[in-house]
Design a protein around this ligand. Structure first.
Ligand SMILES: O=c1ccn([C@@H]2O[C@H](COP(=O)(O)OP(=O)(O)O[C@H]3O[C@H](CO)[C@@H](O)[C@H](O)[C@H]3O)[C@@H](O)[C@H]2O)c(=O)[nH]1
Length: 487
């Protein structure tokens, strides 16, 4: 077959966590929409989460399928079914989880042998896949799940270690040689920056870096106009190769597609949509902390009190099981009766993208996971930033200081399983600041402009659209060159 016409086949191998799988499926869809064949490699439980999306893609004529590999839970001592990182709720379980992912090397090699894909697009957290791709003579693209800003912040912390030059965990330091003056404290950094001992995670991050330097390049869920200084920094100062093809969530255009990203929602999405339809433009604040953050009862209570005191309408997503007696200790007495019609609590999984895109939603209280941040940006929404873990404190700086589309609630420290560090008054005040008054209007108009730029980036001729074209062209010529050298 004429090699220029040959359909390219990409293997997508995302990390096993909602915050990685959801954007990876969207990204895979972008490639499939350009006529490429896509196989998503994942484990049985994760595959079931997006079976509907794959079915739907087939009805659209897209060439997408899933190849399932078993996850070695038993072999590493993980509970059976612990196939998602968010289920690994202790350091010990997380270490075992990473060990199990490294054991996926052989099954992956078997699939590559069988299907001979042209390229392996694998999560940044699978550094060993660069070696696998090399072995089979195909390029490995790094599937990046953070922004350029956060990736550059992380790299400058590693290079210059400014956090080691301050005398306490709360003394601010500045990221050296950066385009903007960004201040952080040690309390806002992931553990592995501050620990002096080598752990599985610290070793893995060294491999991540090594792989970044030796791979074909990286694909980012971002767009040029959002962070030009940091895209340039990544490419020119850090000397890496990258394509930015986001916001990838924007490939979901109809309400059902938006509602079905990720998991089955815990609320009938029609019901949620109807509820929003009954509300005025920009009158509802949406409160959600991603797929991983879990607050304790007293912090949830503070949120409830703060939301009620703000007098704003809200949708609040709570990922908290009822206790053994079926009680919800975090709910203030009579709360749901008092906010009836005004506030909606979703217990479990929300159809987030559908909610954010609804015109009744006028603000977003977010933990600053990169996907939520970008979804908020794409929907043109002002945000209250409440970082909890991972690189979320970096994203907070980006939203509040660089983009200036958010206000900080005042979270000061990295912690995945939190106490009641933020008081109701701070929540009330921050929500009011993004929903009511002159400041809110000013933030909203900046956010709206950014939302328009996000949509433009993925339209035909937009920067992300063009970057995806160039990437496909490069893969095509690489494939042709590779095929020629094999002949
Ligand atoms: O009820 C929910 C909760 C989440 N989501 C979706 O789930 C994704 C969540 O991703 P993100 O906002 O990035 O948060 P996390 O799940 O916390 O993501 C982890 O992974 C991200 C990508 O690496 C990091 O940026 C985060 O810091 C890290 O916590 C988003 O697409 C949301 O739309 C829903 O649809 N419904």
């Amino acid at each position: 077959m004429d090699s220029e016409k040959r359909q390219l086949h990409l293997f997508f191998f995302p990390f096993l966590a909602s915050g990685h799988l959801i954007p990876a499926i969207d990204m895979a869809k972008q490639f499939a929409l350009r006529g490429l064949k896509i196989s998503i490699i994942t484990t049985p439980l994760n595959a079931s989460l997006f079976s509907k999306t794959i079915e739907k893609s087939k009805t659209m004529g897209l060439d997408m399928n899933v190849l399932v590999i078993e996850f070695p839970c038993v072999e590493v001592g993980l509970p059976i079914g612990c196939e998602s990182y968010q289920l690994a709720t202790s350091l010990d379980l997380r270490t075992k989880f990473y060990q199990a992912t490294a054991m996926l090397e052989q099954p992956l090699e078997k699939l590559i042998q069988e299907y001979a894909p042209d390229c392996l697009v694998a999560s940044t957290l699978f550094p060993w896949t660069t070696g696998v791709a090399k072995k089979f003579g195909i390029p490995r693209l790094i599937l990046h799940s953070m922004s350029f800003f956060s990736t550059c912040t992380a790299e400058c912390l590693r290079l210059y270690a400014p956090h080691k030059k301050v005398s306490s965990d709360t003394e601010p330091f500045i990221i050296p040689n950066f385009p903007d003056e960004i201040k952080l404290t040690r309390k806002q950094l992931p553990d592995f920056y501050t620990q002096n001992v080598q752990t599985y995670a610290t070793k893995m991050y060294e491999q991540v870096l090594e792989a970044e330097l030796t791979s074909f390049g990286a694909v980012f869920n971002s767009f040029y106009a959002l962070e030009p200084a940091y895209a340039n920094f990544y490419k020119k100062v850090l000397g890496r190769k990258a394509w930015q093809i986001g916001p990838v969530s924007l490939c979901n255009q109809d309400t059902e597609d938006k509602a079905q990203r990720g998991k089955e929602a815990s609320i009938d999405f029609h019901e949620c949509f109807e509820w929003l339809n009954s509300k005025k433009l920009d009158s509802v604040v949406y409160v959600c902390f991603g797929s991983m953050a879990n607050f304790n009862d007293s912090q949830l209570k503070e949120i409830a009190i703060g939301l009620e005191a703000s007098e704003q309408q809200f949708i609040w997503v709570v990922k908290k099981e009822k206790n053994d007696e079926g009680k919800e200790e975090w709910l203030p007495d009579g709360f749901e009766q008092r906010v009836k019609g005004k506030g909606l609590i979703i217990r479990g999984w929300a159809p987030q993208m559908m909610i954010l895109d609804h015109e009744a939603v006028g603000g977003f209280v977010t933990h600053c996971g990169w996907n939520s941040t970008l979804e908020g940006v794409s929907a043109g929404l002002p945000m209250v930033t409440w970082p909890v873990s991972a690189e979320q404190f970096f994203n907070e700086k980006f939203v509040t200081q660089i983009l200036r589309v958010g206000v900080a609630v005042g979270a000061q420290q990295w912690a995945r399983f939190l106490g009641d560090s933020i008081k109701s008054e701070a929540i009330e005040k921050a929500v009011i600041r993004i929903m009511v008054g002159a400041e809110a209007e000013e933030i909203r108009s900046r956010a709206r402009e950014l939302g328009k730029k996000a949509k433009k980036a993925v339209e035909e001729g937009g920067s992300s659209y063009s970057d995806l074209n160039s990437l496909i062209e490069e893969l095509r010529s690489h494939g042709i060159a590779g095929a020629a050298s094999k002949n």
